[in-house]
Each structure stands twice: as structure tokens, then as C-alpha cells.
Ligand binder design. Sequence first.
Ligand code: GRF
Length: 190
Amino acid sequence: MRHRIAVLFSGTGTNLAYLAEHAPRYGIEIAVAISNRPDAGGIAVAERFGIPVVVLASDQYTQREAFDRDLVQTLASWQVDLVVLAGFMRILTPVFTDTVRAINLHPSLLPRHKGLHAIRRSWEDGEPEGGVSVHWVTSELDGGAIILQKRLAKKGLDFATYDRTIRRIEKEALMEALCLVLDSKPCAEL
Ligand code: GRF
């Protein structure tokens, strides 16, 4: 493998599963998966793919910086080229963002609909299209420079179809962003 990444998650881990399945084809290995929640469904996903999992329970910390320090220290021991936030539901402080090179996936056309419930809010915003974004992580929530976006026209869709399609294209967008960031080429050219 040419590249080692860490995937950080808090939830069901469907993006983690997609990367575990597709990234090796492009020379990318998931060296470690890190959850901030001991009950996250993604932990079983990582185990199924034989990916080492670390749980750092964020609810055990009273200070964001203290959690971020432990996160940075944990990451250091895995020696990864890039960190991927895939459904990692935490705001990170400069303790993390100043030292770690990380990208984040968000299910809206940023800068629209930062934060929670982005799929529902973008469905209801009256615009003809929504989409997904992959961007560099900074200490501003969903605020760093955009790496790529994919758009989805709403016409003819109901919410369930829109939601399902967004969750499909966000996985493709994340994979594509990884090829661009790690190899400066679209996946198709690797
Ligand atoms: C994704 O929709 C992601 O964009 C959002 O949280 C969700 C995580 O899904 N930030 P999963 O845990 O990868 O299934």
C-alpha cells in the first residue's frame, strides 16, 4: 500500500465500510479506525474488515483540548499520512487542527447547512439541488477549504430517495477526494 490513513467516526460506519472495501484498490490502507463512542456501530464494521479499532470515549473528558491531545497522541503512534473524518460528530480544537492533516465529509453543499441534520435542512431549503462536500478540517465546524463537491438535483425525488442518494454519493465523493489528496489524480487514473 502506498498510503496509510486513519478513519474517525461516531456512528454506524457505512462510510468506513465503503472505504475499507474500495480504498485498497487505490493503494490506500486504513491503518486504524478511531471512535469517540464506545457504542458506535462502526466498531463492528472495523472488526469485520480486520481494521484495528481504538475507542476514545469523549464523554469521559470535560475539556475539548484534553480529548484532542489524547487523539493526537493516539494518531501519532499509527503513523498515518492523512486522517479522514467520516461521521465524526465532534468539534475539534486547534490542538488537533494545527497538527493533524485531516479531511471531513459533509452531506450538503457547503457553506450551506453546516452542522447537524444537514440532509434534512438542505432538502427543505427551497433550492433546486443539494449535494455533498469533502473539505479540509479546521477548527471552524464544517468550515475548511473545499476539496470537492458533488451535486444532486431534487426534481422528481421524494425525501427518502434524496436521503439515500446523498448517502451513496457522499461515499463516492470521499473516495475521490482521497485519490486527489493523496495522489493528486482522480481514482480512475490510478
Ligand atoms: C454521514 O452522512 C456523514 O456525512 C455525516 O454523518 C454520517 C455518517 O454516517 N457527517 P456513517 O457513520 O458513515 O454511516
